[in-house]
Design a protein around this ligand. Sequence first.
Ligand code: AMP
Ligand code: ZN
Length: 117
Amino acid sequence: MYSASRSKKGCIFCRIISGEVQSDILYQDEQVIAIRDINPQAPTHILILPKAHIPSPAEAEEPLLGHMALVAAELAKREGISPKGYRLVINSGAEAGQEVPHLHLHLLGGRPLKEMG
Ligand code: AMP
Ligand code: ZN
């Protein structure tokens, strides 16, 4: 539950970044890591997350957010979903359904996606 903790302690994504928890890592650099979502909502469902524990976009630096989006676009190319289209989503806060309080960008594609709402 999003409201349970905004701290790094016990954060599942921080545990993945530290190597404590295994994950399917597709890409990483100094700032971000990209993993396959454990419960994919589309044939391609990748999460791009900062290596630093940043709870929400409001707490992130502008270059980091831009970098996350460009990494997502590059991964969409690599996955072969760019020509048909893909979706980038950041859930922020309880009403958006954010489950993990560590900023992450969802990259979804590989099938027609329904309207948002
Ligand atoms: P959100 O609802 O935006 O906070 O999304 C959290 C996402 O993290 C969900 O799509 C989960 O399936 C995904 N997730 C949770 N735990 C893991 C994990 N250990 N490895 C990969 N993805 C995960
Ligand atoms: Zn974290």
